[in-house]
Design a protein around this ligand. Structure first.
Ligand SMILES: C[S@@+](CC[C@H](N)C(=O)[O-])C[C@H]1O[C@@H](n2cnc3c(N)ncnc32)[C@H](O)[C@@H]1O
Length: 393
């Protein structure tokens, strides 16, 4: 592909990304993969260059742009050499007209910036759009960090979690034997800290209430060493079904799964009431802390969707609390830096359950925020999270 054709491909794909963000369509990565599946003439260098243009344009535009072309013209403000490629050549973009729309630079839509500003300064907000490294969690059921490092000299030691290794963005770990043999899992170091904050140990009963595909369940399983009861629950059948093969690869046997019926969760969990040493509530959230990995997510969020997510968070907290045994703990986490999903939810929980206590020592990272802690890309080098640990008397 010529450089101009790459720009045109990026514009076409950005059009799709913009439409998908408006209509609840597929993620940018999926759209890019689909696009190149039918364009075999594009080599790996072309794909990389187009991808780089697309993500550069997405990261730069805070508000959802009017079109793919507007998004790319926005990027050209920072990379003026791109303007020369709007040359009207056979596969390239048409020349730029006066007064064409150009996407403005920004961190996020204005309503979101206003809400993020409660907890984050400008630098912390901008870092939400940095490029993320690739973090691994060494699976203690099968390996030690030293063993893995010997086979993976490119990896640096994570500084916050004792199981973490860090690789450069884009490292093809999923094609490695280490991954196929279940010695490592892809997991942000912040997620690893959240699982560690549960203090799961052999012999315990632990419930991962919002387990999804089991990223944190597998970390809990490694802590428990196959002894005790680990129950992974979710309302999403497809996500929960992905846990089985992952657990097998990780050598984590004996994990129970429970598919919950929305609105009837408490009934399905009645036998576990007052039994859990720890309940992890990795609640559904806006994902403002994960924009480094999917920056177009900020064009998808609306105030109404955020309200629905907050209602779900209140609901999963209310489902979780009765499951905790006296003296046990509930660990609440969201990959969001909005106070309304983090600090304020826990303030409301503690007002409703005044005898419960927030634990101050929960992760050796981040900064205090209300009754919990906030992890941020700029300070901790992790995705953004709020986490709190609540002890039942
Ligand atoms: C942030 S994701 C979990 C990610 C997962 N813990 C991990 O580490 O990969 C939140 C999950 O909560 C689930 N969820 C939403 N409402 C729920 C409910 N009422 N009960 C249980 N799970 C729920 C969603 O289906 C979603 O998989």
């Amino acid at each position: 592909m010529t450089p101009a054709a790459r720009v045109q491909a990026a514009i076409e794909l950005l059009d799709q990304v913009v439409a998908a963000s408006r209509e609840g369509g597929a993620a940018a990565d999926t759209l890019i993969a689909r696009y190149f599946k039918t364009r075999r003439y594009a080599g790996s260098k072309d794909r990389r260059a187009v991808r780089d243009l697309i993500y550069g344009a997405i990261r730069r535009a805070g508000e959802r742009p009017a079109s793919g072309r507007a998004a790319l013209l926005g990027l050209a403000k920072d990379r003026p050499e791109l303007i020369d490629l709007f040359d009207g050549s056979a596969h390239g973009p048409t020349p730029v007209l006066p007064d064409e729309p150009v996407a403005e630079a920004g961190v996020a839509p204005a309503w979101l910036v206003e809400r993020l500003s409660a907890a984050l300064d400008g630098a912390e907000q901008a870092a939400l759009l940095d490029r993320a490294p690739l973090d691994l969690r060494v699976n203690r059921l099968k390996a030690t960090r030293a063993m893995v490092r010997e086979r993976l000299p490119e990896a640096r030691l994570g500084t916050l979690s004792e199981d973490a290794l860090r690789l450069p963005e884009g490292f093809p770990i999923e094609t490695s034997a280490l991954w196929a043999e279940g010695l490592v899992e892809i997991q942000d170091e912040g997620s690893q800290l959240i699982a560690a904050a549960c203090h799961a140990a052999p012999g315990m009963t632990a419930i991962d209430l919002c387990a999804g595909a089991g990223g944190k369940t597998l970390a809990l399983a490694a802590e428990m060493g196959g002894e005790g009861r680990l129950i992974a629950c979710d309302v999403d059948r497809a996500r929960l079904a992905r846990l089985g093969p992952r657990a097998e690869r990780a050598g984590a046997g004996g994990i129970e799964t429970r598919l919950l019926d929305p609105g009837r969760e408490a009934g399905a969990l009645a036998d576990l009431e007052g039994k859990a040493d720890v309940v992890l509530v990795d609640a559904p959230c806006s994902g403002t802390g994960t924009w480094r990995r999917n920056p177009e997510a900020r064009w998808r969020l609306t105030p109404a969707r955020l309200d629905r997510l907050k209602a779900m968070q209140r609901q999963v907290l209310a489902i979780a609390a009765p499951l905790v045994r006296p003296g046990g703990r509930l660990v609440y986490a969201v990959c969001s830096l909005l106070d309304e999903e983090g600090r304020d939810q826990i303030d409301a929980f503690l007002a409703a359950y005044p005898e419960w206590r927030a634990e101050a020592e929960l992760v050796a990272a981040g900064r205090a925020r209300g009754a919990g802690r906030l992890l941020t890309p700029v300070r901790d080098g992790t995705d953004g999270f709020f986490v709190a640990s609540l002890k039942r008397p």
